[in-house]
Write a protein that binds this ligand. Structure first.
Ligand code: ADP
Length: 478
């Protein structure tokens, strides 16, 4: 027992008071009985004692009501406890020892719970600390509740040093998320946290630029629920992708530089070949017969190399793009523009492009122009008919636009319908051998559509034309 526990004086006084009451009552009754009937004292004394006994029994019955209540509750608690932890012989103890035991039990349970809670906190702190990413947990009002060293080092220290340089006093306690990410270009990050708290669904931000600290992060935001399935906050995990962004940039720069360096000598080779071609009639007949096909080959191969480097450059630029512009535009107008542009390229090939009902789609117009140019260009390039017929149609469902580009060309066999979207994949067929291409056109198409969260598939039978179907999500807020 605790030596410093206060003595329960009021219980002591109450106990003495009730016993005194009965002693005084017994004395008074004995006195009255003795005064009234002194000759039959014993008989009256027994009657008085019996009366007192009944009185004490009734009073005690009501006095132990709280103990009965405690026992009933204890019974219920005991059911929840492991067998070894239950109190033995509980009904044989006196009430204070019982209360003492119950308190002891509660105390040991509380101690265990506190220990297990402290262990859990240490565990979660250790996990949080050793996660190699910056992690923050916020409440419903976007106050930081917990964060790890990485988050502190990357964002809080930076925020603190910025404020101290502005001589602004920092608020005590946990900082608010909107104060840490207060810059205008981080508003979309705060919006994403809001959206997760509101929609109760996780979301991701890819390649988010933090200009202040010169770093890029992929950010995963997940709602945190309580046991009533209510959102109590959100968890943000910031994965540093600066190095891979730099590598991407280096790759794009490298491809751009190589492409530029290669195109310059190619243009001059092509120029010399054309010059020689123009001077052909000055050569003797025999020399002309030899040089003409050679010059033709030099011309077409330099053109092919130029196209290959152009496509490589396009592909790596698209891959490195993290954001795309979004605007709404009519698809039919775009297709007509592409058709007229390709008329200049295919002067000796007959083709017609037809469109259906106008639809307004949302996306990066320049990139989607590239998608339809590549599809229509392929349809004309691989056509084996006198007149190449291309149809572009749009079907609108609840969530997507289904845009199909079909032709009456040679078709693509089932096995190759998936593979044609791979980089450098070209169908090895007798008719294709003569057709120039880099094998990158459809790969570019696929990458652009990925950036729009869209997909593409080819359906075709050999000899019956091909249909390329694009599934583009409808963006209501475009
Ligand atoms: P390329 O630059 O060689 O045209 P693509 O990636 O655009 O590369 O196309 C890959 C292959 O898919 C091509 O080699 C071609 O055989 C086939 N292909 C693409 N579009 C069509 C089409 N409309 N009809 C028939 N074959 C096609």
């Amino acid at each position: 027992m605790n030596k410093h526990s206060p003595f329960p004086w009021h219980y002591y006084v109450r106990a003495i008071r009730s016993r005194f009451f009965f002693i005084i009552l017994a004395c008074v009754l004995t006195y009255v009985a003795y005064s009234l009937y002194p000759e039959t004292f014993l008989g009256k004394e027994v009657a008085i004692l019996a009366f007192l006994f009944i009185l004490v029994s009734i009073q005690t019955y009501f006095r132990i009501a709280p103990i009965r209540h405690v026992l009933a509750r204890l019974e219920a608690v005991q059911e929840e406890l492991p067998y070894g932890k239950r109190l033995d012989l509980i009904y044989q103890k006196d009430e204070f020892e019982l209360i003492d035991q119950v308190l002891g039990l509660a105390e040991s349970q509380l101690k265990q719970q506190r220990e297990s809670y402290e262990n859990q906190v240490i565990q979660s702190d250790t996990i949080l600390e050793y996660i190699p990413n910056a992690v923050v947990i916020i409440d419903r009002f976007k106050n930081c509740k917990q964060y790890n060293g990485q988050f502190k080092e990357k964002f809080i220290n930076n925020y603190a040093s910025e404020k101290s340089s502005q001589n602004v006093e920092l608020p005590l306690g946990m900082p608010k998320l909107w104060k840490i990410f207060s810059q205008d270009d981080l508003s979309d990050l705060l919006d994403s946290f809001d959206q997760v708290l509101f929609s109760k669904k996780p979301t991701n931000l890819y390649g988010k630029n933090f200009p202040e600290i010169h770093k890029y992060f992929d950010i995963a935001i997940t709602p945190i629920f309580d046991n009533k399935n209510e959102v109590t906050g959100a968890l943000g995990i910031f994965h540093n992708v600066t190095q891979s962004k730099l590598n991407d940039k280096m790759r794009v720069d490298f491809v751009a530089n190589v492409s530029h360096e290669v195109r310059t000598p190619l243009t001059s080779i092509k120029g010399y070949a054309q010059l020689l071609h123009a001077q052909q009639n000055k050569l003797p007949e025999q020399a002309r017969e030899i040089t003409a096909p050679v010059l033709e080959k030099i011309n077409s191969n330099t053109e092919r190399l130029k196209e290959l480097f152009d496509n490589l450059l396009k592909l790596s630029l698209i891959e490195s793009k993290s954001d795309i512009n979004k605007e709404e535009f009519g698809i039919n107008q775009l297709i007509q523009q592409i058709g007229s542009r390709l008329k200049g390229k295919y002067l000796h090939q007959k083709f017609e492009v037809s469109t259906g009902e106008e639809a307004f789609i949302c996306g990066d117009k320049k990139l989607l122009d590239q998608v339809f140019t590549n599809l229509i260009d392929n349809a004309i390039k691989y056509s084996d008919k006198e007149l190449c017929q291309i149809k572009v149609g749009v079907n609108k469902s609840k969530q997507n636009f289904e845009i199909s580009v079909s032709d009456n060309g040679p078709g693509i066999s089932y096995d190759e319908q998936e593979r044609i979207f791979e980089r450098f994949y070209r169908i090895q067929g007798a008719s294709d051998r003569a057709i120039e291409g880099s094998g990158l056109g459809l790969s570019i198409v696929k990458h652009i559509l990925n950036k729009h969260n869209a997909s593409i598939k080819a359906t075709s039978y050999r000899g019956e034309g091909s249909t390329f179907t694009i599934c583009l999500p409808i963006i209501p807020e475009c």
